[in-house]
Design a protein around this ligand. Structure first.
Ligand SMILES: Nc1ncnc2c1ncn2[C@@H]1O[C@H](COP(=O)(O)OP(=O)(O)OP(=O)(O)O)[C@@H](O)[C@H]1O
Ligand SMILES: CC(C)(CO)[C@@H](O)C(=O)[O-]
Ligand code: BAL
Length: 274
């Protein structure tokens, strides 16, 4: 979605290792935002993004003005209200959606019920247009990676979906384009997210075997104490994303989303199991 950082460039590097030609899309997809979310203020640095992608060896960028037909009765092309498509579509407007029905519920799908339908639909369109052999995503957006992997399998897309590790700032904050929307005070307070996950990791690695509830509450309390508004803290099976009751040999994900001011940030911790 642009406003590139080192997390994005790690995807480019891996794509270059795996393919002769790398295509990067830059597109802020309106259908994954609700009318009250930050579509209108999503950070943008298009010229700088192109420069960094070229320097990183990307062969082409794909930067569509819009990917959705808006229909006869709609306003300007690409108008958000006309394409988000939660209500009845206007005649001639886009009306086809991809849903990954179980994996898209819970975690981000709980608080953003429109989100994965928009993501799965736009990525299906990108796959059809670009026809990649390999598509590289980040595990910062862990559920998104799982949803898109399942979509590619279920709809027989001839593409290998790869998920790469989360890249952090030197102080631990998960890299995200939305970090640019934080003021310096919120930026400091937002560090509580990664610090709380480090606490959880250390508690597990010391063999304290904290219960799942203790882990969730400990993470949530640390974020709240720093002034964050917790959207969710969940401990889920790393493959199917269903909540686990206890920590055992199964790999699990501790997944977090929290608001600092109006900025929603995500982070997660992958635990390999005992
Ligand atoms: N810190 C990160 N580490 C690894 N991959 C990342 C990171 N941040 C983003 N990505 C990946 O980059 C791809 C494009 O993501 P996107 O453009 O939404 O960036 P973003 O920084 O996650 O933005 P946002 O602030 O909206 O979450 C996705 O596959 C995403 O998972
Ligand atoms: C997968 C994606 C490109 C769909 O718009 C977006 O959600 C993102 O950048 O993570
Ligand atoms: N990578 C997250 C995209 C979004 O929040 O819309």
């Amino acid at each position: 979605m642009g406003y590139l950082h080192e997390g994005h460039l790690s995807l480019v590097q891996e794509a270059r290792r795996r393919a002769d030609v790398v295509v990067a899309s830059i597109y802020v997809n309106p259908t994954q935002f609700s009318a009250t979310e930050d579509f209108g203020v999503y950070p943008n640095s298009r010229a700088e993004d192109r420069r960094r992608l070229e320097e990183a060896g990307v062969g082409a960028t794909f930067e569509p003005a819009t990917l959705y037909a808006t229909g006869r009765s709609s306003g300007a092309s690409g108008d958000h209200a006309n394409v988000v498509g939660m209500g009845a579509p206007a005649a001639g407007a886009h009306e086809t959606w991809v849903e990954v029905t179980r994996l898209q519920t819970g975690l981000c799908g709980g608080s953003r019920p429109h989100f994965f339908r928009g993501v799965a639909t736009v990525v299906a369109k990108l796959f059809n247009i670009v026809e990649p052999d390999v598509a590289v995503f980040g595990r910062k957006d862990y559920q998104q990676w799982r949803v898109l992997t399942r979509m590619a399998r279920d709809l027989d897309f001839a593409v290998e979906v790869v998920g790469l590790p989360l890249v952090r700032e030197p102080d631990g904050l998960a890299m995200s384009s939305r970090n640019a929307l934080l003021d310096s005070n919120a930026r400091k307070r937002a560090l509580s997210i990664s610090e709380s996950l480090r606490w959880a990791e250390e508690a597990c690695s010391r063999g304290e075997a904290p219960g799942v509830q203790v882990l969730r509450q400990g993470v949530a309390d640390r974020i709240s104490a720093a002034g964050g508004r917790v959207d969710y803290v969940e401990v889920v099976d790393a493959d199917e994303l269903v909540p686990v009751e206890e920590l055992d040999a199964r790999p699990v994900l501790v997944a977090v989303a929290a608001f600092f001011g109006s900025v929603r940030l995500m982070d997660n911790l992958e635990l390999q199991g005992s």
